[in-house]
Design a protein around this ligand. Structure first.
Ligand SMILES: [Zn+2]
Ligand SMILES: [Zn+2]
Length: 272
């Protein structure tokens, strides 16, 4: 299993001279399971990922799993080049929108006047929209199993635990984290994960005045990783106001608190 980060920011893209080292694109993670491409979230990092995917003619099928539909997690969708290729199959999965809505309806709304100049009919790929409820166990292809659980976030979000080839990748973002009544869900999503990617938007000082924003801290990430026996913790969904120097300080402090902790950078590749 190989993980590559195409966007590590939360909330809004923040490119510029003060964010070049950690990156400015919003949430998008590529996970290779053998030859299969599994994508988590469709933030602005999805655009460069799409361009890269087209260079490999053998890949003609991808699955995109959305944690939730806030803009920082879907804004890249209309700019995903494979959607414009006739011979491509793109499956887009999202939780808890049905029955009152659906991921297709949300995508159509995202690409509608006056928000966007063209509608989804412009896409040439075969698009399969897949709605599910948190708690479902998904099997997008042979050998890849995804377990899912609800996260504590405004409008809701879904956490993923991907199992492939004896390795476990857990994505727990966006979430307020450990406080509240969902400890059990978080703990089993992260249980003995080889890599736990966690919402570390805020510091402990910052979260005091933003406790209901549905985001967490690296301190809570360390606690979850320790209590769930996760092998490696990776901090993710960095706040756009945290520049490279700030992120360096967070990374150093987190690695002191839990040896081996990674602070995700755009372009970073992790082999499991
Ligand atoms: Zn977010
Ligand atoms: Zn959100």
């Amino acid at each position: 299993m190989q993980i590559r980060f195409w966007g590590v920011r939360g909330t809004v893209a923040c490119p510029g001279p003060s964010t070049v080292r950690y990156g400015g694109n919003t949430a998008c993670i590529e996970v290779r399971c053998g030859k299969r491409v599994i994508i988590f979230d469709a933030g602005t990092g999805l655009r460069p990922l799409g361009i890269e995917l087209l260079k490999d003619k053998r890949i003609r099928e991808v699955d995109i799993f959305i944690t939730h539909c806030h803009l920082d997690h879907v804004a890249g969708l209309p700019f995903f080049e494979p959607l414009f290729c006739e011979d491509y199959v793109v499956r887009i999965w999202a939780a808890n929108l049905a029955p009152s809505s659906s991921i297709e309806q949300v995508t159509r709304r995202l690409m509608s006047s006056p928000l966007f100049p063209v509608q989804i009919e412009i896409f040439k790929a075969t698009i399969e929209f897949r709605d599910f409820q948190s708690g479902a166990v998904l099997q997008p292809c042979d050998g890849v199993k995804l377990r899912t659980a609800p996260l504590d976030h405004p409008d809701g979000a879904n956490g993923y635990r991907l199992e492939y080839g004896g390795r476990i990748f857990a994505l727990v973002s966006d979430t307020a984290g450990f406080p509240g009544n969902r400890d059990a869900d978080l703990a089993w999503l992260a249980h003995k994960a080889d890599l736990l990617v966690y919402d570390a938007t805020f510091t402990e000082e910052e979260i005091v005045s933003r406790s209901n924003w549905g985001h967490s801290t690296w301190v809570r990430g360390v606690r979850l990783a320790n209590e769930s026996g996760a092998k490696k913790l990776c901090l993710f969904h960095h706040d756009p106001s945290h520049d490279d120097d700030f992120m360096d300080a967070v990374a150093a402090e987190a690695a002191r608190a839990r040896a081996g902790t990674i602070t995700a950078r755009e372009g970073q590749i992790i082999d499991l």
